[in-house]
Ligand binder design. Structure first.
Ligand SMILES: [Zn+2]
Length: 212
């Protein structure tokens, strides 16, 4: 059995296997016409389709998990400004809905939530916001030329990061949303297919009893 199957998919495979066994038995005993083998083929095709869907789903979800861990937040202790004694103790959402990591510095014995997001989705929004702030500051008359140059470099780096991350996340989001749609369609199909198999099974049982 495919390890990526959900419970309803597993259940359908069980019903399908039972159905095929029964149908083969009846065909073998001559109680059911050979044309009934066509139903078996339809069952095989459906299970194959389900298998394909389950494998695609698993690979998209795996990619999502990978992306979720892609962003390194470079957190450091706000007190000792070091990273070596940090222990991740949880996550927290800020007022903007960004998810960040919460740490304990075992040297200073303090807990803090890092000010940068811990995932690429929120990171894109974070970069966008920082870019806006930097661009605004650049136009400020009180900012020195040296500072402006520093800002320009920072903007360039952040923009480059943004441009690298954005298409990857966008492409994945589209795939993921398509998956969610297909998954709920599949759920309906599985439900219908299972019902039709159960009806076929009742027909077969009746047929078997009649011909005893
Ligand atoms: Zn510290």
């Amino acid at each position: 059995m495919n390890k990526h199957f959900k419970p309803n998919e597993r259940e359908l495979v069980k019903v399908a296997t039972f159905f095929k066994k029964q149908s083969r038995k009846l065909i073998g005993e001559g109680k059911l016409g050979k044309e009934h083998a066509k139903v078996e083929e339809a069952v095989d095709r459906f299970v194959e389709q389900m298998e394909h869907h389950a494998n695609t789903r698993a690979s998209i979800l795996q990619e999502r998990e990978y992306l979720n861990k892609l962003v390194k937040d470079d957190a450091e202790c706000p007190n000792c400004h070091k990273r070596d004694m940090l222990k991740l103790i949880g996550t927290e959402k800020n007022e903007k809905g960004w998810k960040s990591n919460r740490y304990r510095c075992r040297r200073c014995n303090i807990e803090f939530t890092w000010n940068r997001p811990n995932n690429p989705w929120d990171m894109l929004r974070y970069i966008e916001e920082v870019l806006q702030v930097l661009q605004l500051k650049q136009g400020d008359a009180s900012v020195s030329d040296a500072e402006k140059e520093q800002m320009a470099t920072a903007i360039q780096n952040m923009q480059a990061n943004f441009n690298k991350l954005k298409p990857v996340i966008d492409a994945h989001e589209q795939e993921y949303n398509n998956l969610l749609t297909r998954d709920s369609e599949m759920e309906k199909l599985i439900h219908e297919f299972k019902n039709s198999l159960l009806i076929e099974k009742i027909k077969m049982d009746t047929w078997e009893n009649k011909n005893k």
